[in-house]
Design a protein around this ligand. Sequence first.
Ligand SMILES: [Ca+2]
Ligand SMILES: [Ca+2]
Ligand SMILES: [Ca+2]
Ligand SMILES: [Ca+2]
Length: 577
Amino acid sequence: MKNTKNLSTTRIFALGSLVVLALFGCTFFLIKGFKTRAYTTVDIPTEVTVGNASPKFMDGYEPVESPASSTTSPTAIGGVITFKANAEDSNGEPYYMTICRTNSITEPDTTGPGTCSSAANTLCTSIETASGQQATCQYTAKAGDSWNNEWYAFVCDNNAQPACSAGHQGLTGEDASSPFYVNHAPTFTAISNNSPKNPGETVTWTATASDPDNNQVKLVVCKKDAANGGGISNGACVGESWCVGELSASNPTCSYEMDEVHVAGTFDAYVYVVDAHNLPASGGSQEANSTFTVNNMAPVVTNVTLNDGNNIVLEENTTVNVDVKATVTDKNGCSNVQSVYANVYRSSVTCTNIGHHNPNNCYTPVTCNQVENSCVESSGVANYVCKVSMQFHADPTDANTPYTADNWLANVHATDVATATGNLVLGTGVEVNSLLGFSITGTINYGELEPGDSNEYLDKVLTTTPTGNTGINQDHSGSEYMCTDFDTCSTASGFTPIYVSNQKYALTSNILYSDTTNAFVLGTSPATVLLKIPKPLSTSPTGASTYWGINIPGGTATGVYSGSNTITAQKSATGDW
Ligand SMILES: [Ca+2]
Ligand SMILES: [Ca+2]
Ligand SMILES: [Ca+2]
Ligand SMILES: [Ca+2]
C-alpha cells in the first residue's frame, strides 16, 4: 500500500541522519586525542526530522453504519446510511474519512481527502475533522446497488504530503460493520387462481414472482385496492383480506378457504407480492384484480311432511288448513332461496302446474313461507311451512272408496335467485279420510188434515245436500208415534198417538200416497234409501230430495202432533259416486 511505503521512506531518512551524526562525533573525539587540547565546554548541534504518520481509527470508535444495515434489516433504496468513526492523528493533524467499495485508497498529492479507485467505488467522504473527533459521511442507497455491498473506511490526514490509514470494515460480526445490504423489490409477472369453486371449497391464487435479492416472497390477496381504501401496508392488507400466503422461495401461493355457506358470485381480489422484508413488488401484476367466482348451488329440499304424517281429517262444507313442512338448504345462504311452493295431490294424479289445480285431487301451487328465526346462517338451512286450504270434498283414499290404492303426497319445490331449483316428494303419503256428511234444508210439516185424510201426493220435500267427500245414501226411520205430548206420547185414555207407519216417503215427486210401489212406509227401524247422491266435486255439489206424506187415522183426536224422523247418511257403493 502506498501509505505504508511512504512511512518506510521517512524512517530510512531519519536513521541515515543519525548514522552521519555518530560518525562525526567519533572523528571529533580522535582529533581531540591527537591534539590533546582541553575544552571545558563544547556546543554540539542537534537535529531530528519528525516524519508524518497517518491517522488511526481509535479503539472503541471503529467505523460503523448508522442505522446498521444487515440481512435482517437491509437498507431501502433511497435510504441513507451514515458512516461514523473517530480517528486520531499522532501529528495532531485534522483528517478526512473516505468510504470506498474496494480496499484501495489513493493519497492526494496535496492536502485533501484520499480518493477511492474510481468515482463509482466512492461511497462518501467526510469534511475535514479534527484529530480525535468523529467524522461522518452519508450514502444514499440506489437501485443499482447490489444486495450485498462491501465497504472499507479510510482516514487520511490533512498534510502537505497526506498519509492514509489501512482500510477498515468495522468490527467483525457486527450488523453495523461492512457490508451494507440494499433491498430490491420482488418481480411479479403473472397471477392466476383456480376458481370457480363451490362454497366450502378453497380458492388458491398462484403468483409468478421472485426476488432479485433471493429474499423469500409472499402473496397477499386483499378485498380492496389502494384507490378504494385497501391495498397493503407492512405486508398485510389495509382492509379485509381474502388470504395471506406463506413466505416461499418463489411463485408464492395464497389460499382462501371458504365457509360451508358462501354467497355466490364473482368477487374482486387484489393481489400483492412482498419480499421477506415486506417490500412490495411494483409494476407487473402488483395490485391486479384476480377475481374469483363462487358457484351458485341449487337449493336442496329435505324432510318433507304432510299433516305431520297423520291422515287428513276434513271438515264438512268448509276447508281445513293442512301443513306441509320441509327443510330447504342453500349453500349460498338462506336468503338465496327466492321461492318455495308445494304440490299436494292424490298419488295417481298428475299435479305439476297450475293448470292441474283441482280441489278434488291437486292443490298447486301452495305457497310456503320460511319459519321465522329458523335460518341457520352457518349451514344455509331453513324450515318452511306451506298451508294447504283443503276442501271438504277432496278425494278420500281410505277404505271403501274408489281411491283406496292411492294416498296423498306433497312435492316441495325450492327456487333460488339464480333460478336453480330443488324438490323432494314425500316418500310415504298419508290418507285423506272419508268424510260422511250432508245437510237437510227444511222440516216436514204435513199441514192440516182431518182424520181419515192423507196427503194425496207425497209433496213435502226434504232436500239433502252432501257436505263431505263421499257418495251417500240415507237410512230413514221415525219415532214410533207422533203425539200431542211428544215425546212422552201417553197412550192413556184420551190420547190418540199417530203410529209411524202412517208416514210415507218417495224418491221422486208426484208419487201418490196410495202408490204401493214408489211410496215407502216409514218404520222405527232404519231403512236404506238408495238416494245415490254422488260424491261432491265442488262447493256446490249435486243434492237429492225426498218427498213425504201422512195419513191421519180415523178417531184421531184434534191437536198438533209432533214426532221425530231420523235420517242418517251412509257411504254409497263406489259405483254410485
Ligand atoms: Ca499525520
Ligand atoms: Ca452492515
Ligand atoms: Ca428484496
Ligand atoms: Ca343457491
